[in-house]
Ligand binder design. Structure first.
Ligand SMILES: *[C@@H]1O[C@H](CO)[C@@H](O)[C@H](O)[C@H]1NC(C)=O
Ligand SMILES: *[C@@H]1O[C@H](CO)[C@@H](O)[C@H](O)[C@H]1NC(C)=O
Ligand SMILES: *[C@@H]1O[C@H](CO)[C@@H](O)[C@H](O)[C@H]1NC(C)=O
Ligand SMILES: *[C@@H]1O[C@H](CO)[C@@H](O)[C@H](O)[C@H]1NC(C)=O
Ligand SMILES: *[C@@H]1O[C@H](CO)[C@@H](O)[C@H](O)[C@H]1NC(C)=O
Length: 220
């Protein structure tokens, strides 16, 4: 009996490990690096999905925030400029190769001061070497940049795990509810959880669902 339990325990350990590594939780930041957008369109995109535009404001966790952003951009090979907000200013431009400068600027207060002085026109910051823009005194105005949104924490999400799970019978693990980061792509009445998760399966961008009181939510 003890032996059985040990084996079962071992099996469960391996099972949980495999499933967890094949199904990493979504990052806090949602990145759309494929399309450059006007600032207002980036803000709208985030808002439509219940998220907010990237906000890099000095705080005790800004170094951690920038580290996560660094990883998000790096893993997507995203070297394009992206929009962000800082304090009361929206429309500042950052990029992977200027993150160090952005962090230094925020920690020292220099970036904040400049942003405050220059207002919402992000491209003007290109005149300031701190933000690592091309060395030209009259840069062409930059009007398009890629979008990084901040996903809120969602309760009771059934995460969509990779179909590359080593065994199909492990799919039962998909039905564990947890708290994770997610934007809301869509919310609608649905007959069953299976219908809801079926819709999620057909959408590449779907990272999970919730099905509560007949309402299906699709997360991105
Ligand atoms: C954003 O601004 C551009 C012009 O700068 C305009 O063409 C576009 O329709 C605006 N989008 C929204 C969602 O207001
Ligand atoms: C950015 O975040 C800070 C701190 O949470 C907040 O005070 C500020 O209003 C935010 N800025 C924008 C433009 O949303
Ligand atoms: C971003 O990540 C790279 C590689 O891990 C590292 O060399 C760099 O210092 C990081 N930058 C910031 C601002 O965290
Ligand atoms: C930024 O935040 C850190 C930690 O909270 C603090 O030590 C530093 O003085 C702040 N910098 C500015 C310019 O407010
Ligand atoms: C942001 O706040 C600072 C003072 O905290 C102010 O000087 C500046 O004009 C504000 N900028 C905007 C765009 O509201």
């Amino acid at each position: 009996m003890n032996m059985c339990r040990s084996i079962l325990f071992l099996f469960l350990m391996v099972y949980v490990t495999i499933v967890e590594t094949s199904c990493p939780l979504p990052e806090q930041y949602y990145l759309d690096c494929a399309v450059g957008r006007k600032l207002n369109d980036s803000i709208k995109l985030c808002k439509n999905y219940g998220m907010t535009l990237m906000n890099l404001t000095n705080s005790s966790h800004i170094t951690q925030d920038i580290m996560v952003l660094n990883q998000t951009l790096r893993s997507a090979n995203c070297y394009s400029r992206f929009w962000f907000a800082s304090k009361n200013v929206t429309g500042i431009l950052g990029s992977l190769d200027t993150l160090d400068d952005v962090l230094t600027g925020l920690l020292s207060g220099v970036g904040e001061l400049l942003a405050g002085v220059l207002g919402t026109v992000g491209n003007i910051l290109c005149l300031i070497p701190l933000f690592g823009c091309p060395a030209t005194t009259t840069p062409a105005p930059i009007t398009d940049a890629v979008t990084v949104c901040v996903r809120p924490k969602q309760q009771r999400v059934v995460q969509k795990c990779s179909s590359q799970a080593p065994r199909t019978d492990m799919k039962t693990y998909q039905f564990v509810e947890q708290t994770m980061f997610g934007g809301v792509l869509n919310t609608f009445p649905s007959r069953s959880r299976m219908t809801c998760s079926g819709i999620c399966s057909t959408l590449d961008e779907c990272i999970g669902i919730s099905y509560i009181n007949g309402i299906c939510s699709i997360y991105i």
